[in-house]
Design a protein around this ligand. Structure first.
Ligand code: ZN
Length: 307
């Protein structure tokens, strides 16, 4: 599972991390950190206001590292569950599902034996959108090591699915995916490594109830390292509507995968009238940005006119 050691390993072995400089606006006090803390911390020298250089977003080396992590852990779960005819691949392309080389599936469970990354829809079992990132706020120490200074919700970085834009983008991508008939029996899973913001839990549950996304996951059992207050709110096991789920162990992940691959399940029909979902998707402008599609989807979902 994702934990501080994984993050430390990545940060210490890459030159892709650019440390933000946090400096006092009144004196020459300054320090480096991955992100600026959310709770205003005053200058330690003079009590003045602190400003920061731009905190970094999810850059390409972070995506590569986290997607590799995710594919290894899901591959392990697949093996444990005994699916010897399936494997996990990254950057999967499928024309029928509009997964083009420019917007490939980050990761997918596919039938074994296909060379390359181009698949037919019938060879794809699960599609994953990976929205993992660095979630803690690190600071360098004098001895060259680094240490965590703030948890996922106490700094300006807003990583993984704690970033609302990432949630909307994933839903927008899911709506496009669902607009293709052949996607009907393929689960679409969003993989994160932090909890979502509390104010977005209803959107997450709504998109899952509607069958656009089957689940938002966090692969971090213990995101609270520095401030352990309000664990129920800040580290929920799942959302009320079960759209979000925190996976705590490799065994839990195995059970989750096993359940998804159960052939008895049909996703769309059981959650919302197909006609309503079809009408909503048809009414969306699928050429827009993913996040705009995600927003528009929610407006329509609760629109009583569309029945
Ligand atoms: Zn100062």
């Amino acid at each position: 599972m994702w934990n501080p050691e994984k993050e430390r390993e990545f940060i210490k072995n890459t030159d892709a991390v650019v440390w933000a400089t946090i400096s006092c606006m009144d004196c020459d006090f300054r320090y480096e950190a991955l992100f600026k803390k959310t709770k205003p911390r005053r200058c330690l020298e003079c009590g003045g206001k602190l400003s920061s250089t731009t905190p970094q977003g999810r850059n390409s080396p972070v995506s590569i590292f986290t997607e590799k992590f995710a594919s290894e852990i899901f591959e392990g779960a697949l093996k444990k569950a005994g699916y010897d005819d399936l494997e996990v691949k990254r950057n999967v392309v499928c024309d029928e599902l509009d997964l083009t080389s420019r917007s490939a599936a980050d990761m997918a469970v596919v039938k074994k034996g296909v060379k390359g990354r181009v698949y037919e829809a019938s060879q794809i079992e699960i599609v994953f959108e990976v929205k993992m990132s660095l979630i803690w706020n690190w600071e360098p120490k004098k001895d060259g090591d680094i240490q965590i200074e703030a948890d996922y919700d106490n700094h300006k970085g807003r990583g993984s699915i704690y970033r609302t834009d990432s949630i909307l983008k994933a839903i927008g991508k899911g709506a496009i995916f669902r607009s293709h008939f052949q996607s009907n029996d393929i689960p679409y899973i969003v993989v994160g490594n932090s909890p979502p913001p509390k104010s977005y839990l209803d959107k997450i549950d709504g998109s899952v109830r509607a069958g656009i996304v089957q689940r938002f996951l966090s692969l971090t059992p213990e995101p609270l390292v520095i401030d352990k207050s309000d664990p129920k709110e800040r580290n929920p096991k799942e959302s009320k509507g079960e759209g979000f789920l925190r996976i705590d162990s490799k065994d839990e992940l195995k059970d989750f995968i096993d359940d998804l691959l159960d052939d008895e399940r049909i996703f769309i029909g059981s959650m919302l009238k197909k006609t309503k979902l079809g009408k909503i998707i048809k009414s969306l402008d699928l050429d827009k940005e993913y996040s705009e599609i995600g927003e528009a989807f929610f407006k329509r979902l609760y629109d009583v006119e569309v029945v």
